[in-house]
Design a protein around this ligand. Structure first.
Ligand code: ZN
Length: 191
């Protein structure tokens, strides 16, 4: 999974993709989030959620976790996965990412859940897959990978809340159960 996740930050976007003029942050409707509005053409730039596909991959009873080749997260483990490309089927992205990151061909066998968190742009869709054989190999962007017995998951060294929640759901035998089940409800949605 990619590590470019973080709180929503409108200030990452400065120029209108249509006309090149400066973007301004404005609240167009009282109950909606602030939007990026072009100071030239008045077009609104909507920042859509980014979709990430990950896989809990079990190989001979152990779960595959990986570390990414980046200086800032060398000690944290994450599920293999990555961003879904525009127009790409989510399941295809999951299979493709597993191939790119750990060089294994998999068939998905279930949906672990859909994970999203208040104030964070990515929506993480986690599938499951099992292999009875095959040795994962680190792909180009993978620093390290390892197989963990379920009892030895490094819970205190997981990269993201979604990594933890997806593994918990998977290990508790829950599939198709979106977590967190507590809905973060914006104020003023309902009268
Ligand atoms: Zn514009």
């Amino acid at each position: 999974m990619t590590a470019t996740t973080g709180p929503i930050r409108h200030d990452r976007y400065r120029y209108c993709p249509a006309c090149g003029k400066t973007l301004e942050t404005r609240r167009l409707r009282p109950q909606e989030p602030e939007r990026l509005v072009c100071s030239g053409c008045t077009g609104v730039v909507y920042l859509d959620p980014r979709v990430v596909a990950c896989v809990v991959l079990e190989i001979r009873g152990k779960i595959l976790l990986m570390r990414r080749r980046r200086p800032d997260d060398t000690e944290i483990w994450l599920l293999p996965g990555g961003y879904v490309d525009e127009g790409e089927q989510v399941e295809h992205a999951a299979v493709r990412e597993i191939w790119e990151e750990v060089r294994l061909r998999i068939n998905l066998d279930g949906l672990v859940g859909v994970f999203s968190y208040c104030g964070w742009p990515p929506v993480i869709i986690v599938y499951s897959a099992r292999l009875d054989s095959g040795d994962p190999q680190a792909g180009e962007e993978t620093e390290d990978l390892d197989l963990f017995e379920p009892a030895h998951i490094p819970w205190d060294k997981l990269a993201f809340p979604s990594t933890r929640d997806a593994l918990k759901s998977y290990l508790q035998g829950r599939t198709c159960q979106p977590r967190p089940l507590t809905v973060c409800m914006p104020a003023g949605l309902f009268p």
